[in-house]
Design a protein around this ligand. Structure first.
Ligand SMILES: C[S@@+](CC[C@H](N)C(=O)[O-])C[C@H]1O[C@@H](n2cnc3c(N)ncnc32)[C@H](O)[C@@H]1O
Length: 208
């Protein structure tokens, strides 16, 4: 009788190849560590809904995800994965998030997740753009609560991605260190331009 050969279990922080976690995986690890049931969060680029689903699992029960995308297919795919009770899907650019979110949520958002670029398996010309990405970031840090987290995965390798990545780096470097902690994670020994991750933590004011 053949004994089944089981492959060794991957470490929980590994990528699917067993290597280091991808940018998106790092983002998920940070968010999963900090989010709590009942939190209200934003997925700024819903795409196929994987991140929306992840976020809704982190904040359930009782929490809610507000998710944005400019493509109808993104909303359709996401709705298949995430129930309406736990999510509101906006067919709108993330640069409108301040206008679209209920005003009582201003300063209350526990996390905002950006995963830039194009929708996998779809029109590669529909990508995030520097100008709207920066506008959305400015609104996002305002909407976050003290102690809130923003993650942003950026793909410098695709067309327009290098410029978007450079401008994001400048914008991040100018954030006031008294209001925000900012970290940047990127692979350094690859010739291609692999995805990078930015993380912002909004500081909690000290009690006087
Ligand atoms: C890399 S995909 C996101 C992947 C997604 N988070 C997932 O889990 O499948 C990037 C998405 O950003 C969307 N996008 C492009 N411009 C946008 C904008 N101004 N506002 C919101 N989403 C935008 C694209 O349509 C695409 O679906």
């Amino acid at each position: 009788m053949n004994t089944p050969v089981s492959s060794p279990a991957l470490p929980s922080l590994a990528s699917p190849t067993g290597g280091l976690p991808s940018s998106v995986r790092w983002a998920q690890l940070i968010l999963a560590d900090r989010l709590r049931p009942g939190d209200v969060v934003v997925d700024a680029t819903m795409g196929n809904g994987h991140d929306t689903l992840f976020l809704s699992q982190c904040v359930s029960p009782g929490g809610h995800v507000h998710a944005f995308d400019v493509q109808t297919t993104a909303l359709e795919e996401t709705r298949k994965r995430v129930p309406a009770e736990t999510s509101t899907l906006y067919l709108a650019g993330h640069e409108t998030m301040r206008e679209k979110l209920p005003s009582e949520l201003r300063g209350q958002i526990a996390a905002i997740m950006f995963n830039l670029g194009y929708l996998p398996g779809s029109d590669k010309s529909c990508i995030t753009r520097t100008e709207t990405t920066l506008a959305a970031l400015a609104q996002a840090i305002d909407l976050m609560k003290p102690g809130g987290i923003l993650t942003l995965a950026v793909y410098p390798g695709h067309e327009g991605g290098a410029e978007e990545s450079r401008e994001i780096a400048k914008w991040m470097a100018e954030l006031d260190s008294r209001g925000f902690e900012v970290q940047h994670l990127r692979p350094v020994n690859r010739s291609a331009a692999p995805p990078e991750l930015w993380t912002i933590w909004k500081t909690i004011p000290m009690k006087k």
